[in-house]
Design a protein around this ligand. Sequence first.
Ligand SMILES: [Zn+2]
Length: 442
Amino acid sequence: MVTGFDKPLKSPKAHAQPEMCIVIIGSQGNNLVESRRCARVAACIEFRACPKLQDRARWWFDIAEPIEQLQGRISIPARQQGIGPPEPLIGTSARRQRLTHGRIVSPPPPRPRRRPESNLAYPPTNAQNAHVTHTEDLGDEVFMLDSAMGGHDGITATYLIRGSRPCLIETGTARSAPTVIAGLQALGVAPEDLATIVVTHIHLDHAGGVGDLAASYPKAQVVVHERGARHLQDPTRLVNSARQVFGADMDRLFGELQPTPTERLVSVGSDDQVDLGDGRFLEIFHNPGHASHHIALVDSSTGDLYTGDAAGVFVPQTAEVRPATPPPDFDLDLALDSMDKMAARRPTRLLFSHFGPVTDVSEVMAASAAELHYWVETVREARQVNPDIDHAVALVRERDRARHPNFYANEALEAKFEELSSIQAQVVGIRRWLDKSQPIID
Ligand SMILES: [Zn+2]
């Protein structure tokens, strides 16, 4: 079923002539949905520019009665418009999708539950051939190791602070563990040497390899925020949830997070420190927003700030920042507070887990906050005219493409960052926060 009003939209610039606007919508039960991507995106632009049409659109989207009743009042069949049949919507209903930091896919067929033999026993590792590890000496005994999530270079970083008490920050995925171990070996860190492993949060692109690394470095303590510790001790729920989200891609992208023995875990909150030896330490502070259990770290010697995902995703090729706002935890207010906390430390350099070092600290932090606001406002605006998540995803993608042409000009670059941190996942996270914190009152 296709219905609409006014005349067909001729171009995205039609907002100068609002009478040229059109909305093409179909129905799914009693829900109204738009069915042409170009019209959908353009329509939002139109509604913002044209109060008259905005009111009409709100009327369309706010009503509860079935579309069949509406069609008798306002109906311009697509064939009469010369528009043709509706194209399929992008993706499937958000209600069928699960939420995560990375990609969103429809739930896979159920798998038999698998529990670890014992939470305390060292598990079999995700043994496989390691990639050649790309490492970069960042000075002051700081090294970046590319953990190459999904085989992609340049999207997931771990960091080694070598010193007298070597410390690894982030592990990458379980599948990345052999790559990271090879990198540590190349940097002269023997199995008995590593003193500490710190993860900024327990998402699998950051902490998926913890169990394997803990097994390979038996003296290393594993430092994690207190809210995340139990999931590293027994990753069953975390892994099952991730498997539901990623389905067939789970093994390719992440592998299986192995449990970390309880006695190896060090739970931290704020105001804790990691001893790097020789008077050098990492200051730990809680910075939720991306995830409720997220921590950031500042090197007392260099002023380096390890941002995890709390300052977004940095794309080194274009020197741009993309928001990291996945469900279920994203909270704009907390994220902005955390960015203030990070800025207050006056870091000399930002070390992004995605991806790499940044010395233009204030510019990049400002850009990160600006992008965050822009995405949230875009999702908020989309929500006002259409509750369908695909509508918001399409609008964000369209505007992001216009704002960041260099990023989108490189299709391979866009594809690998999309695999790491899809637009859809970030939009769902924002939408979840909006619905929770600012529900629309009918
Ligand atoms: Zn991440």
